[in-house]
Design a protein around this ligand. Structure first.
Ligand code: C2E
Ligand code: MG
Ligand code: MG
Ligand code: MG
Length: 285
């Protein structure tokens, strides 16, 4: 209580605080508008299946194309959306746009699954799960077409509720993935109970795999534990071929990172897919 009070008093005298407060207020008001006026845009980052060297999924990552400020990264406004009750609207927008893109790729004969990031708020409240289930049924999407990436904080905040909702989503054909695994406070035993199918090892353990022996030990034992529990593993943040080859040799299922591709707008990804040496699954249209 006291610490909080002191912090507040200190911040009033910090000119940086005023700027941030104004900035936040400004962003808060215009984020609502941005959602309504379609200023949000999705970039897509491929996930590579290491066994078949096929691009099996793409992850949708939101950006805000601000008329004056330019392209704003998600880390600058996701927390604002969370604190100002706009997470439901934001995630619905992202989900609709990502599903529309998935359907458009299918219509062009490109068979690629989609991953969507959802926040703790989205699973602790049944509105979003019902929305995404209805959308899947409306478009008659096959099971596992959509992966939902959630971070451990959702699970830690309310394990019972999280278990209930994630099981509900799993039963409706969604693949559940734990994002940034290793940075939170959940145990693998806890995650197994949740009907989680996939772990994404946080990039802080992956980026320096080529040279850091501790990271190699952490990743190797995470792979072993995950596999023994029947979970598949994605390594995020792969920045060089050494890390990619090492992960492949260790039996890691999926890989993602700048070495494979940065997140790209859909049109740019279309071009990338035409030129990549990796396989793309094609279907008759
Ligand atoms: P994330 O879901 O863990 O996504 C991975 C982030 O790491 C992305 O940043 C991606 O661009 C970046 N990244 C990927 N590969 C590499 C690499 O090889 N090296 C490095 N240094 N970075 C890499 P981005 O797009 O800025 O997104 C940041 C975070 O914002 C995401 O982390 C996710 O938690 C959140 N986010 C993004 N889009 C959404 C969304 O639609 N909804 C929600 N709730 N959160 C989102
Ligand atoms: Mg993610
Ligand atoms: Mg991540
Ligand atoms: Mg993250």
């Amino acid at each position: 209580q006291h610490a909080k009070k002191n912090k507040k008093v200190y911040q009033v005298y910090d000119p940086q605080f005023d700027i941030n407060a104004l900035e936040r207020l400004f962003l808060t008001n215009s984020l609502k508008q941005a959602i309504e006026e379609n200023e949000l845009v999705l970039f897509y980052q491929p996930k590579l299946c290491l066994k078949t060297m096929t691009i099996s999924h793409v992850e949708a990552l939101v950006r805000w194309q601000h008329p004056e400020k330019g392209l704003i990264p998600p880390d600058s406004f996701i927390s604002i959306a969370e604190k100002t009750g706009q997470m439901d609207a934001l995630t619905r927008w992202v989900t609709k746009a990502a599903v529309a893109q998935y359907v458009s790729w299918l219509e062009q004969g490109i068979d690629i699954n989609i991953a969507i990031n959802i926040s703790a708020q989205n699973i602790l409240d049944k509105d979003y799960p019902n929305f995404v289930i209805a959308l899947k049924e409306q478009h008659q999407l096959r099971d596992n077409a959509i992966t939902l990436e959630v971070t451990e904080d959702a699970v830690v905040a309310d394990p019972e509720k999280a278990t209930e909702i994630l099981c509900f989503l799993y039963a409706h054909g969604f693949k559940i993935s734990i994002d940034d695994y290793g940075t939170g406070y959940s145990s693998l035993a806890q995650l197994k109970q949740l009907q989680v199918q996939e772990l994404k090892i946080d990039r802080s353990f992956v980026q320096h795999l080529a040279t850091n022996e501790n990271d190699q030990i952490i990743v190797r034992s995470t792979l072993e534990l995950a596999h023994n529990l029947g979970l598949s593993v994605v390594a995020e943040g792969i920045e060089d071929d050494t890390a990619l080859q090492w992960l492949k040799a260790q039996g890691c299922e999926l890989a993602q990172g700048y070495f494979i591709s940065k997140p790209l707008p859909a049109e740019t990804l279309d071009l990338w897919m035409k030129n990549t040496p990796y396989h793309i699954n094609k279907i008759e249209v």
